[in-house]
Design a protein around this ligand. Structure first.
Ligand SMILES: NC(=O)C1=CN([C@@H]2O[C@H](COP(=O)(O)OP(=O)(O)OC[C@H]3O[C@@H](n4cnc5c(N)ncnc54)[C@H](OP(=O)(O)O)[C@@H]3O)[C@@H](O)[C@H]2O)[C@@H](O)CC1
Ligand SMILES: Nc1ncnc2c1ncn2[C@@H]1O[C@H](COP(=O)(O)OP(=O)(O)O)[C@@H](O)[C@H]1O
Ligand SMILES: [K+]
Length: 472
């Protein structure tokens, strides 16, 4: 599990660590890790040209000590001090002693620029002087120390000038900004340097491959299809026939024992949709019956409210997707049952009456507020999908190529999450495992190129088999 802690949690853990470690030891651990990561990035240290941009706090201290380590190994290290009167004394002395230079303006070229302007002590966007300097150096490769300066650490918010890093070297633990967009986009690749901190449970996590393998439902030796769980899909309509097929294809990935497909309207009206579903998935059973979870909404159109009411009449977990999201409140909400809502930013904006840009600007907060308001798990789908539990916990999915942003991918995901619910996972696990499997299946189907929603669905069984082979 990748765990992200808040600034307050990190501060508390650091205090405890300071009490039992020699003065400056933690900063030296951070600086050593940072210097190693910089050396790896540069490929060679001797003769490398390094620019440090240093602010007033300990983030600058880490940066100066790392710069000193590189200078001792033969790098040419220049340093711009943004608050010359308040620079970390020990760090600056170490850099000077190692041959590093303080410069008023940066030279013409560097192999890397190191952002030591501000770390977890920061608030708000970069101030004008720092913003002007960073803006003038945007062509350089940037390494952010702990966090990219100007980006909100706890919320991942970006609302003004900030450092856009190629690599972020963080210390002790991840922070939410490293996982949650839009802040995560400013981090680039994230590298964690362990400081041996004693940390509490993390409010924000990202499942890793072995976590997903441990959570995947597996059939008991004597399982039959009903003990493995039946997932019911109420999706598709005359206008959106394909949505029914794609929802079923996600549900029929093999993680549940059986799929029931229930189209809207009479069997006669639904005949074209049924024909498509049966052609693609002859194993799906058409018609109502007992299920352990419902998936409702994709391509439902005008039938969404009727379909959602019918699903909610059964006292089983439910995935509310696409068109059903906009009729959730008129249908009385999910009423205490395990449930997953699967909006993208536009859908969540409509559900909550907030402009889409505001949802996109605060993905962590938006998903959390929606989970609290609707009283169930909310999966805000995006590049880094945020799965929020009503109690405030969050799991972020960081796998999944941008090629996954393709029509119908969401239908497959809804079906997949429904299968996991039917197999017995909690709503929180089903949503976070489903989102991870979905992203990883897209990468498996076509590692570096375009992928269709149907191909994502087809790759799910092989992806799961690989996870189970590797084991937790
Ligand atoms: N202590 C240790 O041994 C260890 C420390 N560690 C390291 O310490 C870091 C935390 O250090 P910290 O607490 O000193 O705060 P820090 O992030 O440097 O910033 C404070 C300064 O930034 C300024 N500032 C604020 N906002 C700004 C903005 N928008 N734009 C520009 N400037 C802004 C603000 O200035 P002021 O408001 O006072 O003018 C203030 O002086 C942590 O991230 C990690 O790197 C770890 O390695 C573990 C070991
Ligand atoms: N830039 C991106 N990188 C990776 N995955 C993405 C990106 N944008 C969207 N996705 C994923 O693609 C899927 C799109 O689903 P959705 O928006 O419901 O589309 P549709 O309604 O057409 O099926 C979601 O799983 C989402 O997380
Ligand atoms: K920084």
């Amino acid at each position: 599990m990748r765990r992200a802690h808040t600034v307050e949690q990190v501060r508390t853990a650091e205090e405890a660590a300071f009490a039992v470690t020699p003065d400056g030891a933690l900063m030296q651990r951070a600086a050593a890790g940072l210097a190693t990561a910089l050396a790896d990035l540069l490929g060679h240290v001797y003769g490398a040209r390094v620019l440090l941009v240093v602010g007033a706090g300990n983030n600058g201290g880490d940066t100066l000590h790392a710069g000193a380590r590189l200078a001792r190994r033969g790098a040419a290290v220049d340093c711009v001090l943004l608050s010359p009167d308040r620079t970390h004394h020990g760090g600056l002395a170490a850099l000077r002693a190692a041959g590093g230079r303080v410069v008023q303006t940066p030279g013409p070229s560097y192999d890397v620029a190191v952002d030591g302007i501000v770390g977890i002590g920061g608030s708000g966007p970069l101030r004008p002087e720092a913003a002007a300097l960073v803006g003038s150096l945007s062509h350089l490769t940037w390494v952010a120390v702990d966090t990219p300066s100007g980006v909100g650490v706890d919320g991942g918010l970006v609302d003004g000038p900030h450092v856009a890093a190629d690599l972020t070297v963080t210390f002790g633990t991840h922070k939410p900004v490293h996982l949650v967009d839009p802040g995560a986009r400013a981090c680039g690749v994230v590298h964690l340097v362990d400081l041996g901190l004693d940390l509490p449970p993390a409010p924000v996590e990202a499942l890793q491959e072995h976590d997903v393998a441990a959570l995947l439902p597996q059939p008991a030796p004597a399982a039959h299809k009903y003990t493995r769980g039946v997932v019911g899909v109420r999706a598709g309509s005359a206008d959106y026939r394909g949505a029914g097929v794609l929802s079923v294809s996600g549900a029929a990935c093999g993680l549940a024992g059986m799929v029931r497909f229930v189209p809207a309207g009479s069997l006669e009206e639904a005949a074209p949709v049924i024909a498509l579903v049966q052609a693609a998935h002859p194993e799906a059973v058409v018609g109502t019956g007992r299920v352990q979870a419902w998936v409702v909404g994709s391509g439902g159109g005008d039938s969404s409210a009727e379909q959602l009411r019918a699903a909610l009449a059964d006292d089983v977990p439910v995935v509310v997707d696409a068109d059903a999201l906009s009729v959730l409140e008129e249908c009385g909400g999910v009423a205490g049952r395990p449930a997953v809502l699967t909006p993208h930013a536009g859908e969540l904006a409509r559900m909550t009456g907030v402009p889409r840009e505001e949802v996109e600007a605060d993905q962590l907060g938006s998903a959390r507020r929606a989970a609290a308001r609707f009283g169930c798990v909310v999966m805000l789908k995006s590049r880094h999908t945020v799965v929020a539990h009503p109690d405030g916990r969050v799991r972020v999915t960081t796998v999944g190529p941008p090629w996954l942003a393709t029509a119908g991918a969401g239908d497959v995901l809804g079906g997949l999450v429904g299968a996991l619910l039917a197999a017995g996972l909690s709503a929180y696990d089903a949503a976070s495992v489903g989102s991870w499997v979905h992203g990883a299946a897209a990468a498996l189907a076509r590692p570096e190129g375009p992928v269709s929603a149907a191909e994502v669905a087809r790759a799910i069984p092989e992806l799961c088999a690989r996870l189970l082979r590797e084991g937790p």
